[in-house]
Ligand binder design. Structure first.
Ligand code: ZN
Ligand code: ZN
Length: 314
């Protein structure tokens, strides 16, 4: 596959793609367990009103079944043990800490309830490293958010959602996908629920500026097909890949994990990574009657994909 960085070893690439396939199977299995009831889904009119107000669709306060939560945890731990063979001890500590905190349901309450600080506090008390705790928590919540995404995203019609945060769960995107089959239109991908949504290429994902003097494109040696869009205004960035395949088939988790060098390159030029635990609506809930910024037609002088090499990764 040629969308991984050229220096990625083929064994690493194969491993990442295997992980992607196993993750997908696990997500499907948990979704098939029916973690929620169809009655937990908001009505179409409510979805429409939420989208109009810039509020993501995922309903708050709905708890998944205990059986699905427990099965999800077991499946995920098995997966992590397979792909992180050098972290056995850390995973033992993690598993014990989850049990002591009240099991999968208690952890999911914190994560799905947007209580990231409570989750980190729990992890630190149990001796679980922040990185592992966040990685695990985001993945554990994924099938539960995906269950809603698969049922609610049909309400997000083209042009209806102009924000950079996810229309389903409200988190900031982890990847930008430039669709080779749609004239390079940009879609954003959310690692929390697996959703993709369209977003103008000439707008900052985070602060929505369209001032082109604030937006920069960085390419990195050895990462052909990849770029970083960084914003001088809010100093945040998104990694973007030009896809040769259907974006629905893109192995997004593998791509995200296989390009951590890009995150380092971004930080080297002074850009900041958005915390994966922060969802837009949890930080600043839009007031009733909130209006989305109006869409402006994209200008014709977009910077080329392979822009000036101002960010480098050795
Ligand atoms: Zn999402
Ligand atoms: Zn910005």
């Amino acid at each position: 596959m040629d969308i991984f960085p050229s220096e990625t070893e083929s064994s690493t690439e194969a491993e990442l793609l295997l992980l992607q396939a196993d993750l997908q199977t696990w997500i499907d299995q948990v979704c098939d367990l029916g973690p929620y009831s169809e009655q937990d889904l908001p009505e179409a009119a409510e979805c429409r009103a939420r989208l109009d107000a810039g509020v993501p669709l995922l309903p708050g306060g709905v708890r998944p079944s205990r059986a699905a939560a427990q099965a999800a945890l077991q499946g995920l731990m098995k997966l992590l043990r397979r792909y992180l063979p050098d972290s056995t001890q850390a995973l033992d500590i993690l598993e014990r800490s989850v049990a002591e905190a009240g099991g999968a349901s208690a952890l999911l309450d914190m994560v799905l309830g947007g209580r990231g600080n409570a989750m980190l506090g729990w992890a630190r008390r149990g001796g679980v490293a922040d990185d592992l705790a966040v990685f695990h928590a985001v993945l554990l919540a994924r099938p539960f958010r995906t269950w809603f995404a698969r049922r609610l995203l049909r309400h997000v019609e083209a042009g209806m959602w102009s924000h950079g945060y996810c229309p389903l769960c409200g988190h900031w995107p982890s990847l930008g996908l430039l669709d080779g089959q749609e004239d390079g239109r940009r879609y954003l991908w959310c690692q929390h629920c697996g959703s993709q949504w369209r977003h103008p290429r000439l707008r900052c994902v985070f602060c929505a500026t369209e001032d082109q003097s604030s937006l920069s494109v960085y390419s990195v040696d050895g990462l052909a097909g990849w770029r970083i869009q960084g914003c001088g205004g809010c100093r945040r960035y998104v990694k973007e890949v030009r896809l040769q395949q259907r974006r629905e088939d893109a192995p997004c988790d593998a791509l995200r994990l296989g390009t951590l060098a890009l995150d380092e390159a971004a930080m080297d030029v002074g850009l900041l990574r958005e915390s994966p635990l922060i969802a837009h609506h949890e930080r600043e809930a839009p007031p009733l009657g909130f209006h989305a910024p109006s869409l402006r037609k994209a200008s014709h002088n977009e910077k080329p994909l392979d822009g000036p090499m101002t960010g480098r990764c050795q």
